[in-house]
Design a protein around this ligand. Structure first.
Ligand SMILES: [Fe+2]
Length: 140
């Protein structure tokens, strides 16, 4: 799947919810999603959204939350995830990570990029998350 995504990357409609003002230019240069279905998807659906998130190496996606509940399935290993006030812990590719509505969560990549499948339901599907965390070291 990763190979197909990489090969077709120029044909896909990539999006970004944030701007450099949120997390800095380095984050923006290393972050994007492509929605398969949802209000912004290749297939329109206003109940459920799903797509792929990519984070480059050495990126922190700080604590954020949103009304929609969310399931992530990382397709690559090596990234650290946290939920609530728990410490970051590395999650394997293929794990199922559920974020309940308005549960804060964060991700941090190591030396490899993260590719993850996401699913959203039960809230505004194109809403920008509420960010409560900050990036260690600032926004560059
Ligand atoms: Fe989320």
């Amino acid at each position: 799947m990763a190979r197909i995504l990489a090969e077709q990357r120029d044909e896909l409609r990539w999006g970004q919810t944030y701007t450099a003002a949120d997390f800095g230019q380095r984050f923006i240069d290393n972050y994007g999603w492509v929605e398969l279905f949802g209000t912004r998807g290749h297939y329109i659906n206003d109940k459920v959204a799903a797509g792929f998130l990519v984070l480059g190496p050495g990126i922190e996606y700080p604590d954020h939350h949103h009304l929609a509940e969310e399931v992530y399935i990382p397709l690559t290993g090596g990234a650290a995830w946290r939920m609530g006030d728990a410490p970051f812990r590395e999650r394997c590719g293929g794990e199922v990570i559920h974020h309940a509505s308005n549960m804060k969560h964060a991700m941090r990549t190591g030396s490899e990029p993260l590719l993850a499948l996401y699913l959203w339901r039960g809230g505004p599907l194109a809403a920008k998350s509420t960010v409560t965390g900050t990036i260690a070291g600032g926004k560059d």
